[in-house]
Design a binder for this molecule. Structure first.
Ligand code: NAD
Length: 255
């Protein structure tokens, strides 16, 4: 039977990806450009490497430098993003930080830093785009990056666990309100991926061995491993998928 693969194409769509300069965000940017999307990367620092990877495949990429620890930055991001290609169709809330520390030693500053980027500004970015998308009736796709710690407690990362559990909850809450406007709000929960986020874990031989031995696939994930789910959720193929978090975890949650 012939399959209609054009439903997976992002040709002519514009995607905004936060945390676009490294790791999973960079991988998603390159994959989106490869499937035809115009990509806007938001990052604290230059997205030079991401821009070069996309230029190498003749894709379109623009960066917006912004610090997502500050909620007041959001109107500027939305305004600049809408100017670049006319409209943003896909929002990927990928930027995130993690701070490892015994729960009894967590400071208010560290707690707020994690919650602001991983949770608060995820919500307000979703809200900002939905405010445009609801009246213009053209729908939109939101993909939030969750975590295994949306399902589990983790060890010595309480603010991160709180924020990523919130991401999964918010994904459902916003889907319930916005599905009727053809806005798909979904999430991806990466397993243990080899990026800066897990650098400390991977350099701790004992923790690294413990983690690896529990991953059925027998290896850490890569940014490329995440791109299939990211393309699917951004595409027309996912138009009836609402409020769901897809785990891309080498089988971790199945154990
Ligand atoms: P990473 O550290 O390479 O990427 C984090 C990104 O967030 C970077 O691009 C960084 O510039 C951006 N960022 C951080 N603070 C920012 C700020 N104040 N303003 C703007 N951008 C900011 O690690 P990663 O693994 O690619 O992480 C991407 C997302 O995936 C994060 O939300 C992370 O929590 C999540 N995640 C990662 C793993 C993993 O195993 N690597 C697992 C589950 C979830």
């Amino acid at each position: 039977m012939e399959q209609n693969l054009t439903m997976f194409s992002l040709k002519g769509k514009t995607a905004l990806v936060t945390g676009a300069n490294t790791g999973l965000g960079q991988g998603i940017c390159v994959a989106y450009a490869a499937t035809g999307a115009n990509v806007i990367g938001v990052a604290r620092r230059s997205c030079q490497e991401t821009a070069e990877k996309i230029a190498a495949i003749s894709g379109n990429f623009t960066e917006i430098i912004a610090d997502l620890s500050d909620t007041n930055i959001i109107p500027r991001i939305v305004e600049e993003a809408n100017k670049v290609y006319g409209r943003v169709d896909i929002l990927v809330n990928n930027a995130g930080i993690i701070k490892r520390c015994d729960s009894v030693d967590v400071t208010i500053e560290d707690w707020e830093a994690v919650i602001n980027i991983n949770e608060k500004n995820v919500f307000f970015l979703c809200q900002a785009f939905a405010k445009d998308w609801i009246p213009d009736k053209q729908g939109g796709k939101i993909i939030n990056i969750a975590s295994m710690l949306s399902y589990q407690g983790g060890i010595r990362v309480p603010a991160y666990t709180a924020s990523k559990s919130a991401v999964m909850g918010l994904t459902k809450a916003l889907a319930n309100e916005w599905a009727k406007y053809n806005i798909n709000v979904n999430a991806i929960a990466p397993g243990y991926m080899a990026t800066n986020n897990t650098q400390n874990l991977r350099s701790d031989k004992q923790r690294s061995d413990e983690i690896l031995s529990r991953i059925p696939a027998g290896r850490w994930g890569t940014p490329e491993d995440l791109t299939g789910a990211a393309i699917f959720l951004a595409s027309d193929a996912a138009s009836y998928v609402h409020g769901f978090t897809i785990a891309v975890d080498g089988g971790w949650l199945a154990r």
